[in-house]
Design a protein around this ligand. Structure first.
Ligand SMILES: NC(=O)C1=CN([C@@H]2O[C@H](COP(=O)(O)OP(=O)(O)OC[C@H]3O[C@@H](n4cnc5c(N)ncnc54)[C@H](O)[C@@H]3O)[C@@H](O)[C@H]2O)C=CC1
Ligand SMILES: CC(=O)C(=O)O
Length: 370
């Protein structure tokens, strides 16, 4: 198979879909890998390393996409990339289609097999290709939140750990999954007071055990969320209903009641965001203020630390890349139900129920189309 690795073009997206180690494994297995020049530069993987590992370096995105049977990326394609879609192409990347109907149309109209990292499941039912970036974004959420709480960034001037004789800052985390747990680790490490809110009581029991009671847990309902938001110095949004648009748990009225200079980091913004006042921002222009509350809603947070993020992401994605390259997309999908869960578009059909529900469209399971 010919595998293409384009340079990412989303704002400040500095990760890359395959590392030189992946290129070596693919070429040893008899595949050809085309890497767009400079694709790995910002993750500290120069063209020379790809070339030594057996890749062919190509000059343009057009040639990388045109010649490839499968394109392996990191972020959902931007409009500039829609023109590269063609019938039969396999695209393996984050897609986050629920809030992106135009991308959904473009993939369907061109008959692209769109396999979304964020909906692939493993045998345990977890989301193995979302987990590593949620670990990174969860940890970064507190790092970013702490910085935005500083006065010069518009925050209320609270040090999350406090000092003796002052109260530490209050961090409220919505969603006790991977983002939430990693945010809690960082916030506790800084000495903050941490409250976690989740709908899943068993998850809250686990959180209570994991953190030996140092994280306060609350059942998710609008009363508890409103009270916790009022108290928060930093509010982290990390809820997910896989494939769906995120539920708007924090309303504009709740934001209005938050402390002036408090900070919201809505990590779930890639699925549309779980805060009503949140809209997607970029690393170039990451924050804005609503009712005195600073909002940070960057849709590709892990791109801030591309060396760590590319390695963590590709550790998880590469075994699937090799499998798809070796078996062909259709056989790989047929033989691996967890990978089949990742297929969001196939042969001009939408094949993921949650995306279809979020966009009020029809869908068909990929198993019926293979
Ligand atoms: N902005 C960015 O750069 C990044 C964003 N993300 C996003 O972060 C979000 C969270 O991801 P993960 O932590 O991996 O998901 P996860 O599935 O591990 O955790 C989500 C948690 O939300 C909880 N939840 C669902 N509905 C809820 C409700 N109504 N109230 C309270 N809790 C609720 C679930 O029970 C679960 O514990 C996803 O949208 C993911 O795509 C992840 C990485 C990077
Ligand atoms: C998961 C995601 O949206 C990211 O890593 O950018």
């Amino acid at each position: 198979m010919i595998v293409g690795v384009p340079k990412e073009i989303k704002d400040h997206e500095s990760r890359v879909g395959i590392t030189p180690a992946g290129v070596r494994a693919l070429t040893e297995a008899g595949h050809k890998v085309l890497v767009q020049t400079g694709a790995g530069d910002l993750s500290a993987f120069p063209d020379d390393d790809y070339q030594s590992a057996g890749a062919e370096i190509v000059g343009t995105a057009f040639d990388t996409w045109r010649l490839a049977d499968m394109v392996v990326k990191v972020k959902e394609p931007t409009e500039k990339e829609y023109g590269f879609f063609r019938d039969g192409l396999t695209l393996f990347t984050y897609l986050h289609l629920a809030p992106l109907p135009a991308l959904t149309d473009a993939l369907m109209n061109k008959g692209v097999t769109g396999i979304a990292y964020e909906t692939v499941r493993d045998a345990a039912g977890t989301l193995p290709l979302l987990t590593p970036m949620s670990e990174v974004a969860g940890r970064l959420s507190v790092q970013m939140g702490a910085a935005y709480l500083q006065k010069e960034h518009g925050g209320r001037g609270v040090l999350l750990g406090g000092v003796p004789g002052t109260l530490p800052g209050s961090v409220v985390i919505l969603g006790g999954g991977i983002v939430g747990t990693n945010a809690a680790k960082m916030a506790l490490g800084l000495g903050a007071r941490v409250t976690m809110i989740d709908l899943n009581l068993n998850r809250l029991r686990e959180i209570d055990d994991i953190f030996s009671g140092r994280v306060l847990t609350l059942a998710s309902n609008s009363y508890n969320i409103a009270k916790a938001a009022e108290e928060a110095d930093l509010l982290v949004g990390g809820v997910l209903i896989p494939g769906h648009a995120a539920p708007k748990l924090v309303t504009a009225a709740m934001v209005k009641n938050m402390k002036k200079g408090a900070v919201i980091v809505d990590v779930a913004i890639d699925q549309g965001g779980c805060i009503e006042t949140a809209h997607p921002t970029t690393h170039s222009d990451p924050s804005y203020v609503v009712d005195g509350v600073v909002h940070y809603c960057v849709t590709n947070m892990p791109a801030a630390v591309p060396n760590t993020s590319t390695l963590a992401l590709t550790n998880a994605t590469f075994p699937y890349v090799l499998r798809i390259a070796s078996q062909g997309a259709e056989q790989a999908i047929r033989s691996n139900p967890g990978l089949a869960e990742g297929v969001n578009t196939y042969k001009q059909n939408l094949t993921y129920a949650a995306v279809a529900e979020s966009q009020s469209r029809d869908w068909k399971p990929v198993a019926e189309l293979l």
